[in-house]
Design a protein around this ligand. Structure first.
Ligand SMILES: [Zn+2]
Length: 103
């Protein structure tokens, strides 16, 4: 994987954490809802869900703004366009994700 190995590994961690947060949102709602029968717990549950939502959004922004290892610009975002990390290559220089530089 060449000299971009560390950057791609970091990108995988950020992207996979974002996916896990996305997948975990409904189970988190269900788990917190099961505690809603406890007296005066609704404000606390609301705050916890707001925190969860903000962390999820922050991780989504981290994925969107991740820097390309070759050109240093945002890998998944331009000033007018974003695929939310679904693009297969850098939107600026075309470097394929998880590829190595030519020798
Ligand atoms: Zn690039």
């Amino acid at each position: 994987m060449g000299c971009y190995n560390n950057e791609w590994e970091r990108y995988r961690r950020v992207r996979n954490t974002s996916i896990l947060l996305w997948l975990g949102f409904l189970p988190a709602v269900w788990i917190l809802h099961s505690f809603s029968g406890i007296a005066n717990s609704e404000p606390i549950i609301g705050v916890l869900m707001a925190i969860y939502f903000l962390v999820w959004v922050a991780w989504g922004i981290r994925v969107s703004l991740f820097r390309c290892p070759r050109c240093g610009k945002c890998l998944n975002t331009t000033w007018w366009f974003s695929l939310g990390g679904l693009n297969r290559s850098c939107l600026h220089c075309g470097l394929k994700k998880f590829s190595s530089p030519p020798e």
